[in-house]
Design a protein around this ligand. Structure first.
Ligand code: PMP
Length: 426
């Protein structure tokens, strides 16, 4: 096997290595694979864990006697809010249970901030000359496309193992009043896998901002999505910000999309009582109430917060072997080559693979030609532009484990060939 790192090989060794990788790749192409590691979707086996929902609810009466079939109750069913308030450490009064998508709630908040301004705004954001968001990278592609579609500019900061670079964020927001907010996926980030530490969260909650109405979009999509028994605790941003004198700064989002049904779950918003009243007021101009039948179904499925925790362990049992397989193949095939680094996330839905600079798009192109669909290179950066062309997001939850193995073997072959091509030309 190869034991000398590519950077230490002589030109003739690199030529020989390139030939070996070309042969391996040609063999791969003849296999005619058809595999997909692109999106973080739950597998059918994971969706099956919640099939009881298809037979629920039993009855249609909520704890307080409300007929869930009828209109009303904009904040969502109280007993469902109680369960998720416990999980997110907020008061149930500070939690809205809504429709099936937290991303839609994020969009609603942004649109309301643009059209109406927030509870602490001097004017609607759309009346500002410019609105900018701080975006930790790599990050979630849909956050970036949403901002782009609304004309909100983006400035990036690095994502570290303990969350966004808090010094960089603090320096940006201190003097520039056009910077109105930031994204963060605090727990098992998409795609970096990192967990925002208590310390970083406290700094984000308390840092001085030139904009009086600065908002942290705290997208806790993977709050309960542990892959190991060492279950990370998200920082409690709502309390931290309140204690720091900025109670209206955070808007925390979560959903059951990766807990029950990705397309038919329940989304949540947690924030200060004033922010919740603001959100519900604007929501009420376009809705007479959420799908409380779905809320009641979810209450009857989980029963308690512990019911949710137990349910997440069943997810873990299904997907942890797939993540282990990604690690095994990457380590065996690339471990000694110095052509890639990657993380071994303790939760969430993604593995973040960094390949030789300037080769990520080539790897994705090679994989595509070999029948393996990968997320487009650069997707985890605003405007789809990874300045170093190094980052690839791998999503192993959806395919069966044998397909994860085959796809990762193919990815490794493509990473090696792209690296060999690059070294051979320098
Ligand atoms: N936020 C993040 C970080 C995500 O990864 C996803 C799903 N891939 C979402 C939000 C979407 O959540 P929902 O289904 O609740 O709209």
């Amino acid at each position: 096997g190869e034991t000398v790192a590519l950077s230490e090989k002589s030109p003739s060794e690199i030529d020989a290595f390139l030939q070996t990788q070309r042969t391996a790749y040609d063999r791969l192409v003849t296999q005619g694979l058809k595999l997909d590691l692109t999106r973080g979707k739950p597998s059918a086996a994971q969706l099956d864990l919640s099939n009881e929902l298809l037979r629920l609810p039993q009855g249609f009466t909520a704890a307080d006697g409300t007929d869930v079939r009828n209109y009303g109750g904009l904040k969502g069913l109280p007993e469902l809010r109680e369960i998720f308030a416990e999980l997110l450490w907020v008061d149930p009064e500070q939690l809205v249970a809504g429709g099936n998508s937290s991303l839609t709630m994020m969009k609603d908040c942004l649109v309301d901030l643009l059209l109406h301004g927030g509870v602490d705004s001097e004017r609607p954001w759309s009346q500002e000359e410019k609105v900018t968001f701080v975006c930790p990278v790599p990050g979630y592609d849909r956050h970036f496309t949403l901002l782009e579609s609304l004309g909100i500019e983006m400035v990036t900061v690095p994502m570290y193992d303990d969350g966004p670079d808090a010094d960089a964020v603090a320096a940006l927001v201190k003097d520039d009043p056009s910077i109105k907010g930031m994204w963060i996926v605090p727990t098992y980030a998409n795609p970096a896998g990192s967990v925002c530490s208590q310390d970083v969260a406290a700094r984000l909650a308390s840092m001085p901002t030139a904009a009086p109405d600065f908002k942290i979009f705290w997208d806790n999509a993977y709050a309960f999505h542990h892959l190991t028994e060492d279950e990370a605790k998200s920082a409690d941003i709502v309390k931290l910000a309140s204690a720091a004198g900025h109670p209206h700064r955070p808007l925390e989002f979560a959903s059951t999309s990766k807990i029950t049904f990705a397309g038919a779950g329940v989304a949540f918003l947690a924030a200060s009582p004033e922010n919740i009243a603001w959100y519900v007021k604007h929501l009420g101009t376009g809705s007479i109430g959420p799908d409380k039948v779905n809320h009641l179904r979810h209450v009857q499925l989980f029963k308690t917060a512990d019911g949710v925790r137990e349910h997440m362990r069943r997810h873990r049992d299904i997907i942890a072997p797939k993540f282990a397989e990604v690690q095994r193949v990457l380590t065996e095939r690339l471990g000694t080559q110095e052509v890639a680094t990657w993380n071994d996330p303790a939760g969430g839905y993604f593995v973040n693979l960094d390949v030789v600079e300037g080769t990520a798009s080539r790897v994705v192109e090679l994989a595509k030609a070999a029948g393996v669909a990968l997320t487009p290179a650069g997707a985890s950066y605003p405007y789809g532009k990874d300045p170093k062309d190094t980052n690839i997001r791998l999503a192993p939850t959806m395919p069966p484990v044998e397909e994860v193995t085959a796809a990762m073997e193919a990815v490794a072959t493509c990473v090696l060939l792209a690296a060999a091509e690059k070294y051979a030309t320098v």
